[in-house]
Design a protein around this ligand. Structure first.
Ligand SMILES: Nc1ncnc2c1ncn2[C@@H]1O[C@H](COP(=O)(O)OP(=O)(O)OP(=O)(O)O)[C@@H](O)[C@H]1O
Ligand SMILES: [Mg+2]
Length: 214
């Protein structure tokens, strides 16, 4: 953060040649990348500092809709399906936003020809003794965020590895940390992630977050 700040101060100081300004801009950009990378690593490696609060994911996703639409090209259509009433979780909105952005960016990469991105929110009640969507999930109240694209899909041999840090099929552009970060963030919230994918058809991710009594 210091690097970015000082580069910014020098930039504002004026008295710089165009060349120097360009160089400073590169320093700032690289500094930002380093900061982003550090946050990604912290998110899956450690208990990063969460600022959790009672968060209505319904409101939250509706608020994010614009931002998400802006990160997508015109030929990718975003569909958001939310229930009518509140879905309350105990979550850090910044971290949850990051997870959803990472999934959206992956979907964008998977649909170079355009397509549809469906984001849906549902409540899920798992009764005592009933089957949960994942065997590790306990009975109780859950919020389910589904993020589905109709892009290129993930090869069956790659699927078991996608949440591993540094696993990427997009090197050198991809760092392979996006999904590791998603996994870390969801785990820190006591949640679960699931995925299903078919080559040429698309990919669906499910985020399960514990719900707080409304
Ligand atoms: N929606 C998706 N459709 C198809 N493949 C996907 C999708 N999401 C993830 N993948 C695959 O999983 C890999 C790992 O994803 P991850 O987000 O962790 O890394 P990345 O996107 O390659 O790089 P980074 O997110 O760090 O820029 C991707 O390289 C890609 O092969
Ligand atoms: Mg990614």
């Amino acid at each position: 953060a210091g690097i970015i700040l000082y580069a910014d101060l020098i930039l504002r100081g004026g008295n710089l040649s165009a060349k120097d300004r360009e160089r400073l801009a590169v320093i700032q950009e690289q500094g930002q990348r380093a900061a982003d990378l550090t946050q990604k690593i912290l998110d899956f490696a450690t208990e990063s500092m969460l600022r959790r609060q009672n968060l209505d994911v319904n409101d939250f996703l509706r608020d994010m809709q614009m931002q998400l639409a802006h990160t997508l090209p015109e030929n990718i259509h975003l569909h958001l399906t939310c229930p009518a009433d509140e879905v309350i979780t105990f979550a850090d909105p910044d971290r949850l936003r990051q997870a959803i952005i990472n999934l959206t960016l992956n979907a964008r990469e998977a649909m170079p020809q355009g397509g549809n991105l469906h984001i849906a929110l549902q409540r899920l009640h798992v009764a005592d003794g009933a089957d949960a969507p994942l065997p590790e999930m306990s009975a109780g109240e859950w919020a389910v965020i589904t993020i589905a694209d109709n892009g290129v899909g993930i090869a069956p041999e790659a699927l078991p590895h996608i949440f591993e840090p540094f696993f990427t099929t997009r090197a050198p552009l991809g760092s392979g940390l996006g999904l590791a970060q998603v996994y870390g963030i969801v785990k820190q919230h006591g949640g679960f992630v699931d995925v299903s994918s078919e080559l040429g058809k698309g990919t669906t991710f499910w985020l399960y977050l514990p719900r707080v009594a409304e």
